[in-house]
Design a protein around this ligand. Sequence first.
Ligand code: ADP
Length: 170
Amino acid sequence: MAARIEVLRGDLTQQAVDAIVNAANEKLLGGGGVDGAIHRAAGPELLEACRKLPEVQPGVRCPTGEARITPGFGLRARHVIHTVGPVYRGRPTDAVLLRSAYRSALELAVEHGLRSVAFPAISCGVYGYPLDEAAAISISVVRDRDWALDEVRFVLFSNDVLSAWKRALG
Ligand code: ADP
């Protein structure tokens, strides 16, 4: 059975799911926006766990479009899946990388036997991705495959983002 898609306005850090997905950067050492909120809610052990992930290039623990998993520590979620979306530049590769960020996170969840995953609007904050395009990409990645998941939840922080995701759901 296909994963159920839920879309709601809320705080990602408060979700009781198997994994919340962090809109991280390639360094995986924390940042602003949802990344900072996740690290504050999870506690300092999350940063320690991220530091221990191997660098694939100097300073890069997770290249754009890929994902990594850590425990959730102080979060209600058991795991954090860190994925890196693209900085929006208006090029065709933007969509390829954003699609890959969502797909990599879902693949990692399935590999670890997780059943419920909650996403923020990856790349839609400081990375500047247009909301309707990002929403359409995220929903199409979920609908693309018969993921072995019960629920994929999108937890949006503001009404404009929530509206874009509702339009994309149709
Ligand atoms: P990016 O660098 O990928 O653009 P940001 O963290 O700047 O990531 O923004 C991604 C989205 O996450 C934005 O829509 C932002 O409003 C939202 N966001 C920020 N804090 C939270 C939170 N606690 N829960 C859910 N979404 C959040």
